[in-house]
Ligand binder design. Structure first.
Ligand SMILES: Nc1ncnc2c1ncn2[C@@H]1O[C@H](COP(=O)(O)OP(=O)(O)OP(=O)(O)O)[C@@H](O)[C@H]1O
Ligand SMILES: [Mg+2]
Length: 256
């Protein structure tokens, strides 16, 4: 029997034959607004509330305080989740942002569950110390990186982007957490890969869809790959409701 990390998302764990194999890095791919961030935070919140597992949420796109605000309607207890934003100075247009070094911030924010960092430039090499330290400090078993899209906004050279992603993948493989790597999947694009490699370095891939059906959009989920385990092969319905994401394992999105 392999050890598993249950997501706690209604409907999903039965599609995964019990959950995600422990320690895996899973790519969560989807278009804008497909529910990637909500899905990922909910998995961390369930870790704390249902399975006694702490989590670390790293955002390369949104400030930690905004993340906390945005997720407040769902009523999840985020107090035990460490939320860290790493938004490079260049990406921040706000004039009044005060740039702090990681040392300055970690000293001041010791008591808080969040950390707002503004590195000069994001790289796995500069981020890894913070990630390793926070995972160790909180004894986290679940980790989210939101998202890889941030890489291409900061790095032009495709080779360098791939090097960064490989570095990140190595880091995640060595941390001992079950990790979720979020990535943007443009609608209509074949495959889930933006940089031509992500699905190969991850042990699992879950795709989230927000598809037009007539004059409305329906949400869907598909487990594209999960090494070493049986899993559902269906594209099924997903809803985002007042308590977050719900998956319907028997409601197929397409029926003949
Ligand atoms: N309280 C809520 N109840 C129902 N649906 C909600 C609620 N909050 C958000 N949503 C839906 O979830 C969508 C956003 O989900 P989320 O931010 O997780 O997606 P994402 O894939 O991370 O998007 P992005 O590409 O912007 O990062 C919203 O566009 C909205 O349709
Ligand atoms: Mg998001």
């Amino acid at each position: 029997m392999i050890e598993r990390t249950p997501t706690g998302i209604p409907g999903l764990d039965e599609m995964l034959n019990g959950g995600i194999p422990k320690g895996y890095t899973v790519l969560i791919a989807g278009g804008p607004g497909s529910g990637k961030s909500t899905f990922a935070m909910q998995v961390l919140a369930n870790g704390v509330s249902k399975y006694g597992e702490n989590g670390v949420y790293i955002s390369l796109e949104e400030r930690a305080t905004d993340i906390i605000k945005n997720f407040s309607p769902f009523g999840w207890d985020l107090s035990k989740i460490k939320i860290i934003s790493m938004i490079p100075q260049k990406a921040s247009l706000a004039k009044d942002v005060k740039y702090l070094s990681p040392e300055e911030v970690s000293g001041k924010a010791e008591e808080k569950n969040y950390l707002e960092l503004n590195p000069k430039r994001f790289s796995v090499d500069t981020a890894k110390d913070v990630i390793i330290k926070e995972v160790a400090k909180t004894n986290a078993k679940r980790l989210v990186i939101d998202s890889l899209a941030g890489f291409s906004m900061q790095i032009n050279d495709p080779f360098e982007i791939r090097q960064e992603i490989l570095g990140l993948s190595n880091l995640l493989n060595n941390l001992g957490c079950t990790s979720f790597l979020l990535t943007e999947m443009p609608e209509g694009q074949k495959g889930v890969s933006r940089y031509g490699m992500e699905e190969f370095i991850c042990q699992g891939v879950i795709a989230l869809y927000n598809i037009r059906k007539g004059s409305e959009r329906v949400r869907g989920l598909e487990i594209l790959k999960m090494r070493g385990t049986k899993h559902s092969q269906k594209i099924v319905m997903l809803e985002i409701g007042p308590k977050g994401v719900v998956v319907y394992p028997d409601e197929e999105l397409y029926r003949e």
